[in-house]
Design a protein. Structure first.
Length: 88
């Protein structure tokens, strides 16, 4: 595969992105901080996976919610991931 041209045609797009990305990145940081304020940890933004720190039998766990689930029905230990989910 060979590159077409020297990339000059992309310069305007690059400059636009350099202006647009910083405020959008700040908005994303603000939203993540807002989630953290609710006690949420965004584990996978593409899949909509959120964990909530809690305790079970004196041990720290995550309550686990996945986009599309009506309520929190699962949990897993903090050293396990999605595959370790167990029903409440």
């Amino acid at each position: 595969m060979q590159a077409a041209g020297n990339g000059y045609h992309l310069q305007e797009r690059i400059m636009t992105l350099q202006r647009e990305i910083p405020p959008q990145a700040q908005s994303l940081r603000n939203l993540l901080n807002e989630l953290a304020g609710f006690g949420c940890i965004l584990k996978d933004p593409e899949q909509g996976l959120i964990d909530f720190l809690s305790t079970r039998n004196g041990r720290e766990i995550y309550l686990c919610w996945y986009l599309g689930e009506e309520r929190i029905n699962f949990w897993h230990y903090t050293d396990e991931g999605f595959a370790g989910r167990q029903p409440l």
